[in-house]
Unconditional design. Structure first.
Ligand SMILES: *[C@@H]1O[C@H](CO)[C@@H](O)[C@H](O)[C@H]1NC(C)=O
Ligand SMILES: *[C@@H]1O[C@H](CO)[C@@H](O)[C@H](O)[C@H]1NC(C)=O
Ligand SMILES: *[C@@H]1O[C@H](CO)[C@@H](O)[C@H](O)[C@H]1NC(C)=O
Ligand SMILES: *[C@@H]1O[C@H](CO)[C@@H](O)[C@H](O)[C@H]1NC(C)=O
Ligand SMILES: *[C@@H]1O[C@H](CO)[C@@H](O)[C@H](O)[C@H]1NC(C)=O
Ligand SMILES: *[C@@H]1O[C@H](CO)[C@@H](O)[C@H](O)[C@H]1NC(C)=O
Ligand SMILES: *[C@@H]1O[C@H](CO)[C@@H](O)[C@H](O)[C@H]1NC(C)=O
Length: 475
C-alpha cells in the first residue's frame, strides 16, 4: 500500500505542540487570546464506539475544525497521562494463573456469603471464589474496578485513536503522537513481557464457585478494537515511520489468532448470535479486526451479514428497539446499540463503498428512525440521570450521513447546549453545519490560513503576539 502524504501545517495545533511543557499560565493566557474560538475543549468523552475512516483523517482541515482538532489533541494528551497499559498490570491473576490473560468481572454480580459457612470474615480472594454471586440488574458492584483490564483497554483504544489523529495534524512522518500510539500497541499486544494472550477466556467472570470463567457478555469489553483499527489505518495511510512493517506484521499475526478465538470460542459464538447490542458490537469488533489484517472483503461480508440478519430484528417501525427498551436503563442502552449500528454502517461503507446500508430497514426503520425516536424520548421518564450526552454523537452522525435539510439535528444539538462543533467527532461527522465561520471553511485551509486574528480589537491580539514569542523562546 502506498502511503499517502498530505501537506498541511495547521498553525493552531502546531502551537499546541509548542505549548506542551511550558508554564500553565502562559498556556492559559495564549489560549485565551490567540485561540479564542477554541478555548472550550470538551471534557473527555469515551464514545460507546465509532469508526473514523482514514479517508476522513486527511491531514488537511478547514479552520472550522479548529475546535475539534484542539479537543482531539487535548484528549490525546489526557490519555497519554495514563498510558501505556498492559494486562500484566493488574494485581490479580486470572484463574489460569497466566498473567498475560485478560480478565474482568461482570458489573452486576454481588457476593452472597451468607451460606459460605465462614466463622470469620473472608479475605477478598477467598470470597471471589467461594461465595455464590447473584445478579442485580443495573447495580454495578464497585469492586469491579479492582481489575482494571477493561478500563485500560477503553483508554488504550481512545489513546490510539486520538494520538493517530493528532499525528495527522503535523506535517511529519513521525511525531510524539504517532510514537505514543505505536508504543501503546506494542506494550498491550506485542512485547513479550507485557502482551495480552489473544483470548477473552476470563472476560466478565461472574465469580463464585460457578463463575470462574468468562461470559459471552465480556466480548463487549474489547469493542474499542474499532478505534484501534481506525488508528492503525490512519498510521498506515499517512505513512507513519513509527508504524514499521515489522510491527504491522506482528500486529496482523496477533489479530489473526484473536479472530480465530472470536470465531470458535463458545462464549464468543454466543455473543455472535446475540440479537441485542451484544450481537451488534460483536460485528463491530470482528469487522475492525478484519480491516487490521487487511481482509477488507471479509470485513464487508460480516457487515452485510449484520445488516441482512441481526439488524433486521432490532427495531420496530417507529425506530424503538424493544430489546434495549426492556433493559434497566433503556435510554442508555438504546443509544449504546445505535452507536454500534452506526459503527457497523461506517465500517461497511469503508470496506465496501458500494454498500447502502444506512438505507437498510429493520421493520421499516433505518438508523435515522432510531435516532429520531430517541430524540423524542425523555430519559427522566425512566429515571436515568446524566445520560442525555450519549445521544449527541449519534445525532451528529445521522445529520452528517442523511443530511439535515431542515436543520433539525443542528437545532437539537444547539438547544442541548452541547458545543458539538468543538467535539472530536465534528472532525469526521461531516458535512455538518457549524464551526468557526471563515472564508476558507469550505475548501480546506492553506498553510497560513488557520490563524484567525480575533475580530475584537488589537489589544488582545498584540498581547497574544508578545506571549506567543515568549512561549516560542521557551522551547
Ligand atoms: C509539508 O512537508 C513537506 C516536506 O516534507 C513540504 O514540502 C511541505 O511544504 C510541507 N507543507 C506545509 C504546509 O508546511
Ligand atoms: C463470611 O464472609 C463474608 C465476607 O467477608 C462476610 O460478609 C460474612 O459476614 C461472613 N459470614 C459469616 C457467617 O461469618
Ligand atoms: C482511564 O481514563 C480515565 C479518564 O477518562 C481515568 O479516570 C482512569 O483512571 C484511566 N484508567 C486507566 C487504567 O488508565
Ligand atoms: C491488502 O490487500 C489488498 C487487496 O485486498 C492488497 O492489494 C494489498 O497489497 C494488501 N496490503 C498489504 C499491506 O498486505
Ligand atoms: C449528574 O451530574 C451532576 C453534575 O455533573 C452530578 O452532580 C451528579 O452527581 C450526577 N448524577 C449522577 C446520578 O451521576
Ligand atoms: C439512500 O439511498 C438513496 C438512493 O440510492 C441515496 O441517494 C442516498 O444517498 C442513500 N442514503 C444514505 C444515507 O446512504
Ligand atoms: C466580540 O465582541 C462582542 C461584542 O462586544 C462580543 O459579544 C463577542 O463575544 C466578542 N467576541 C469575542 C471572540 O471575544
Amino acid at each position: 500500500m502506498l502511503p499517502r502524504r498530505h501537506s498541511f501545517q495547521p498553525y493552531q495545533t502546531n502551537l499546541s505542540r509548542r505549548l506542551h511543557g511550558v508554564s500553565l499560565v502562559l498556556f492559559l493566557l495564549t489560549h485565551l487570546f490567540v485561540i479564542q474560538s477554541a478555548v472550550a475543549t470538551n471534557p473527555f468523552t469515551c464514545y460507546a464506539n465509532d469508526f473514523v475512516s482514514p479517508d476522513h483523517a486527511v491531514g488537511l482541515y478547514a479552520s472550522k475544525f479548529r475546535g475539534a482538532q484542539d479537543t482531539i489533541v487535548a484528549w490525546a494528551n489526557e490519555m497519554n497521562s495514563y498510558g501505556p497499559w498492559s494486562v500484566t498490570d493488574k494485581p490479580v491473576v486470572a484463574p489460569s494463573g497466566n498473567k498475560h490473560d485478560y480478565m474482568s468481572w461482570a458489573p452486576y454480580q454481588w457476593p452472597d456469603c451468607s451460606k459460605a459457612g465462614n466463622k470469620t470474615a473472608l479475605s477478598p480472594s477467598i470470597m471471589w471464589k467461594t461465595c455464590p454471586y447473584v445478579f442485580r440488574d443495573g447495580q454495578v458492584n464497585p469492586d469491579r474496578t479492582t481489575i482494571d483490564d477493561f478500563q485500560s483497554f477503553f483508554n488504550l483504544s481512545d489513546a490510539i485513536l486520538y494520538n493517530s489523529l493528532a499525528f495527522t495534524f503535523q506535517n511529519q512522518s513521525s511525531s510524539v503522537y504517532s510514537q505514543n500510539a505505536v508504543k501503546y500497541i506494542k506494550t498491550w499486544f506485542l512485547d513479550p513481557d507485557t502482551s495480552m494472550n489473544p483470548n477473552l477466556n476470563y472476560a466478565q467472570m461472574n465469580r463464585g464457585p460457578k463463575g470462574q470463567t468468562g461470559e459471552y457478555t465480556g466480548i463487549l469489553d474489547l469493542r474499542g478494537f474499532v478505534k484501534i483499527a481506525s488508528g492503525i489505518l490512519i498510521l498506515r495511510q499517512h505513512g507513519s515511520s513509527d508504524w514499521t512493517s515489522d510491527i504491522d506484521s506482528q500486529m496482523i499475526a496477533w489479530c489473526k489468532k484473536y479472530i480465530d478465538w472470536l470465531q470458535t470460542a463458545p462464549t464468543a459464538k454466543q455473543a455472535a448470535s446475540a440479537k441485542n447490542n451484544h450481537g451488534t458490537f460483536y460485528v463491530n469488533q470482528l469487522m475492525a479486526l478484519k480491516l487490521i489484517v487487511n481482509d477488507t472483503a471479509g470485513a464487508a461480508e460480516f457487515g452485510r451479514g449484520y445488516f441482512g440478519g441481526t439488524f433486521k430484528g432490532q427495531m420496530k417501525s417507529n425506530g424503538d428497539q424493544p430489546m434495549e427498551a426492556s433493559r434497566s436503563r433503556p435510554y442508555h442502552y438504546r443509544n449504546f446499540n445505535i452507536a454500534g449500528m452506526i459503527t457497523n454502517a461506517r465500517l461497511l461503507k469503508y470496506a465496501d463503498p458500494t454498500s447502502n446500508d444506512w438505507n437498510t430497514t429493520s421493520n421499516g426503520a433505518t438508523i435515522q428512525t432510531a435516532v429520531d425516536f430517541l430524540m423524542a424520548t425523555n430519559p427522566s421518564a425512566t429515571n436515568e440521570a446524566n445520560v442525555t450526552a450519549e445521544i449527541y454523537p449519534n445525532v451528529a452522525a445521522v445529520a452528517a450521513t442523511y443530511g439535515d435539510p431542515q436543520g433539525k439535528y443542528v437545532k437539537f444539538l444547539k438547544a442541548s447546549g452541547f458545543p458539538y462543533t468543538d467535539d472530536a467527532s465534528f472532525l469526521w461527522d461531516q458535512p455538518l453545519a457549524g464551526g468557526i465561520p471563515s472564508p476558507d471553511s469550505t475548501k480546506g485551509s492553506s498553510s497560513s490560513s488557520s490563524l484567525t486574528i480575533p475580530a475584537n480589537g488589537t489589544g488582545p491580539w498584540l498581547l497574544s503576539v508578545v506571549l506567543f514569542m515568549l512561549v516560542w523562546r521557551t522551547r
